[in-house]
Design a protein around this ligand. Structure first.
Ligand SMILES: *Cc1c(COP(=O)(O)O)cnc(C)c1O
Length: 381
């Protein structure tokens, strides 16, 4: 890439980490499955690669691309989103404290409650839409304030700049899970966060065919060095083929997100006017309590929404049972639209309304998605 001037997002998405292979002239990247790399006679590693847990050309390219897209200085790619989450918390020590949102991704909550609590890293879960609650939860030992916005499954939005500022005043770092928004819509590092995490499994991969995670840092600091150490010694690295798949999806990210957002907006407006729907949770609706904040900190409102049907659990399950185009499945961010009854997947301790269905709006024609929801709501009445 010619670095004499800064490139815009779409240009970076096509070119950052991408380049003609110097060995063969191949325009698209080969997949480097080799686990080990030859040393020169003097013992050095002429290409800089030694062993694939340390570094690998495909992972190297993906990390460069993701750092560029989030505006960071470095990135570490992992085998899943939760492997990235785990590596970030592995930088903490016994006695350290974390503040996290009460409606945090359930897998991240599991990491904190079931892995790190045993190592004396305590977490206080708060309603992060209340800045007073965030301030009240801080302790002298608080090291990380974890932000996730929009949240799952109610699409609540947290003021990233305000929470990052509160964290910094308390001597803690602000880390944002940017999975639901993607760097096209929201840039937490520019809003003051120290680190961004993604499940590349979702919008960045974009095809529901690869698991991955990444931690992207604003500064080449001690906390990032700890993440790199966890990656190298812990070994939860992303495989070369998985890196290649995510790289393959990045050039279309901006265009996919525009279409996800446009479709979600249409589906949200349709559902809001439906007599069997009691609530639609989507920050793009102008009566959403998060609309003004989302308008300020996001470029658009995303492809995720949830809605509640009258009649509770049975009505919601019946609606999901009657869809023909949507697929009943968890996860998000793929080209295909998914619908999911959250309360039953979260189990008995779930606080999700029983009549709620979460939707990942895909890239089909919006009218076909609306027609499918219309017939499913009719037949389940
Ligand atoms: C999916 C997801 C994760 C975890 O990613 P995995 O690849 O499933 O480990 C973390 N945070 C959010 C918001 C997610 O949607």
């Amino acid at each position: 890439m010619n670095r004499s001037r800064p490139y815009r997002f779409e240009t970076l998405a096509v070119h950052a980490g991408h380049g003609v292979d110097p060995a063969t002239g191949a325009v698209t990247a080969p997949i480097h499955l080799s686990t080990t790399f030859e040393r020169a006679t003097d013992g050095s590693y002429p290409q800089g690669y030694l062993y694939s847990r340390n570094d690998n050309p495909n992972r190297h390219a993906l990390e460069a691309a993701l750092a560029a897209l989030e505006g960071g200085t470095g990135a570490a790619a992992f085998a899943s989103g939760l492997a990235a989450v785990t590596a970030i918390f592995q930088g903490l020590e016994p006695g350290d404290h974390v503040v996290a949102p009460a409606d945090i991704y359930h897998g991240t909550a599991n990491v904190l409650k079931h892995l790190f609590a045993k190592w004396q890293v305590a977490t206080t879960f708060v309603d992060m839409t209340s800045l007073d609650d965030v301030r009240a939860a801080l302790r002298p030992t608080t090291r990380i304030v974890w932000i996730e916005t929009p949240s799952n499954p109610l699409l609540r939005c947290v003021d990233i700049a305000a929470v990052a500022d509160i964290a910094h005043r308390a001597g803690a770092r602000a880390v944002a899970d940017n999975t639901f928004a993607s760097p096209v819509l929201q840039r937490p590092l520019a809003l003051g966060c120290d680190m961004v995490m993604h499940a590349t499994t979702k919008y960045l991969g974009g095809r529901s065919d690869v698991l991955g995670g990444v931690a992207i840092t604003r500064a080449d600091d001690e906390a990032y060095a700890q993440v790199r150490t966890a990656q190298l010694y812990g070994g939860g690295v992303a495989a070369p083929f998985d890196c290649w798949l995510v790289m393959r999806s990045l050039p279309t990210l901006s265009y996919r997100m525009q279409a996800h957002c446009a479709n979600a907006r249409k589906v949200a407006h349709y559902l809001r006017a439906h007599p069997r729907v009691s609530a639609v949770h989507y920050p793009g609706l102008d009566d959403s309590p998060y609309h003004a904040l989302a308008q300020r900190q996001m470029a658009d409102y995303g492809g995720m929404l949830s809605f509640e049907v009258y009649g509770g659990r049975d009505a919601a399950m019946a609606t999901a049972a009657h869809v023909e185009l949507f697929t009943r499945a968890t996860s998000l961010g793929g080209v295909e639209s998914l619908i999911e009854h959250r309360a039953s997947i979260e189990g008995p301790q779930s606080t999700t309304p029983p009549g709620l269905l979460r939707v990942s709006v895909g890239l089909e024609h919006a009218d076909d998605l609306i027609d499918d929801l219309a017939q499913a709501l009719d037949r389940s009445a």
